[in-house]
Design a protein around this ligand. Structure first.
Ligand SMILES: Cc1cc2nc3c(=O)[nH]c(=O)nc-3n(C[C@H](O)[C@H](O)[C@H](O)COP(=O)(O)OP(=O)(O)OC[C@H]3O[C@@H](n4cnc5c(N)ncnc54)[C@H](O)[C@@H]3O)c2cc1C
Length: 485
């Protein structure tokens, strides 16, 4: 253990129970959903803010790397302790308190996103950002990655709901960015700098979140299209109507194929939709929500007109239990893809509307040039698509082709005026592509901020800016809680 002496010192200062050095604890904190494992020297479970401050102060004095961790569901390897040292685990800090009159929630960083929404629901309110991992991920992780979600189509992402943050600078001083007030114009907006900074600029220990009234009504429509391009063209046609669905999800035909094989039934039976080659349709899942039955019915009528004009078939419902059936393929397609390879590169690129068709064509070109399957689904209202490259991690030749494919995609995304990541962040997995997206002056400005706040390079060293070649590391084979669903 490179930091054994410093770890003993920390245990003496904050208590041995708070500092775990056993192999199981260290292994469990060594990777996230990307499964690239880097062993820490210890996992620190602070009892309170004093322990956080003490940990950071000692880390600075002794130059020990510290990586903050929520639930470890991140997909970019950002919670992996790349340079060892201490993992600061905050998932057990789970308090949530709702001020219903002010429509705000004050939460600790380990509060699960789904629990925050459930607490808001008890007051007729909602916390709209809903990553698919909502049952597992923490609000600290959401803020640090600026997480998106399925309802981002209408409601935006995590950043849009963070009113104020509290926590510690990398050097261990307590700071408060904003308060539980609706307007705040004092000083630099450091709150927004922390959001999406992937645990590199500070440790979040409290967040004040904006809540919205909870819409009680939903109208869900699943539409089938003969191919991927027709579905994406229809999505752009729908957006042009300025009808604002809360959800607009795209699944390409291959994603639907995977979901159908896993679930054992066809999303659209042959009587409703059939293609000459027998393949399933590409689909769009649209969901409207609202408070007024009349207004929702009027919007549903507009959605139906769009479906009649654009889709080969569609099904719709206002009944929540039936809506779940329409959601089934979307909820299951991600895990179902493992039929196509034992590993996947799960990208979360963003392109402007004009880039939808070129992007899906690029996915097909990657399939043609690499021979690897590229199932794609995504958030069609904001251009945030999850293109996956499926491969066999045990076959070096397939790894080489997957690596070439991912490079091809990232270059295309930047060429289309898009973003190499829309919600997962850079972490380690996208670090090789950071310089495709940003100029040297842009990177220098970001690194200058990081150096100013973290002069000793304590927090998450190596993350984001150092190029990590993931192909030199073998992901660990583990089953994580979300893999079972
Ligand atoms: C099945 C599945 C579905 C997913 N769907 C989505 C989706 O729809 N949208 C989406 O955006 N993401 C999605 N994700 C990715 C992931 O859930 C999110 O990135 C989530 O925000 C990570 O939260 P976490 O608690 O697991 O954070 P971790 O993975 O533990 O950490 C993520 C980052 O946050 C930092 N961090 C954590 N807590 C703090 C803190 N208190 N202070 C400072 N930094 C901190 C870490 O250092 C790290 O950089 C999905 C993941 C899975 C496995």
């Amino acid at each position: 253990m490179p930091y054994e002496k410093q770890t003993r010192e920390l245990a003496a200062e904050i208590g041995a129970e708070q500092v775990r050095t056993d192999a199981d604890s260290c292994f469990a904190a060594s990777f996230d959903n990307s499964r690239f494992s880097f062993m820490p020297d210890a996992v620190v479970r602070p009892r309170g803010e004093d322990d956080v401050a003490a940990t950071l102060r000692l880390a600075n004095a002794r130059r020990v790397p510290v990586t903050v961790r929520g639930a470890g569901s991140g997909c970019a390897g950002a919670a992996a302790p790349l340079r060892g040292g201490w993992v600061l685990q905050l998932a057990h800090w789970r308090q949530i308190s709702v001020d219903a009159a002010a429509a705000i929630a004050t939460v600790q960083p380990g509060a699960l996103t789904g629990d925050i929404d459930a607490a808001a629901a008890r007051h007729g309110l909602c916390y709209p950002p809903d990553p698919s991992s909502v049952k597992y991920c923490t609000i600290g992780g959401n803020i640090a990655t600026n997480a998106g979600g399925l309802r981002a189509a209408k409601y935006g992402v995590c950043r849009d709901y963070v009113v104020a943050l509290e926590g510690f600078l990398p050097t261990g001083e307590f700071v408060r960015w904003g308060g539980a007030v609706r307007k705040y114009a004092s000083g630099y907006n450091m709150r927004d700098l922390w959001i999406g900074s992937e645990g590199t600029l500070g440790v979040i220990t409290k967040a004040v979140l904006k809540l919205l009234p909870r819409p009680p009504l939903r109208h869900t429509l699943l539409a089938a299209f003969p191919d991927d391009e027709a579905a994406l063209a229809a999505a752009t046609a729908l957006l042009a109507t300025h009808l604002t669905p809360a959800v607009l999800e795209f699944l390409d035909s291959l994603s639907v194929t995977c979901a159908e094989r896993r679930n054992g039934f066809q999303v659209f039976p042959p009587a409703e939709f059939s293609r000459r080659d027998g393949r399933p349709p590409a689909v769009l899942l649209a969901e409207l929500d609202g408070f007024d039955a009349g207004a929702l019915a009027a919007d549903a009528a507009r959605l139906r007109t769009w479906a009649r004009e654009n889709a080969a078939a569609f099904r719709e419902t206002d009944v929540p239990a039936d809506a779940e059936k329409l959601w089934n393929a979307r909820r299951t397609c991600s895990q179902a893809m493992f039929q196509l390879g034992n590993a996947k590169l799960n990208e979360d690129v963003v392109v402007p509307l004009s880039g939808y068709l070129p992007l899906i064509r690029c996915a097909r070109e990657i399939h043609a040039s690499t021979g690897l399957a590229t199932p794609t689904f995504g958030h069609a209202a904001d251009g945030n698509f999850h293109i996956h490259i499926m491969y066999d991690r045990d076959v070096p030749e397939q790894c080489r082709r997957a690596e070439a494919g991912i490079g091809q995609m990232m270059r295309k995304v930047v060429e289309l005026g898009g973003a190499i990541t829309g919600e997962h962040g850079i972490g380690i997995t996208k670090s090789p592509f950071l310089r495709l997206q940003h100029s040297e002056p842009e990177i220098a400005a970001m690194m200058a901020i990081r150096r100013a706040l973290d002069p000793n390079g304590i927090l998450a060293p190596g993350q984001i800016f150092d190029v990590t070649n993931i192909w030199e590391h073998r992901p660990v084979k583990v089953v994580l809680p979300w893999d079972k669903h």
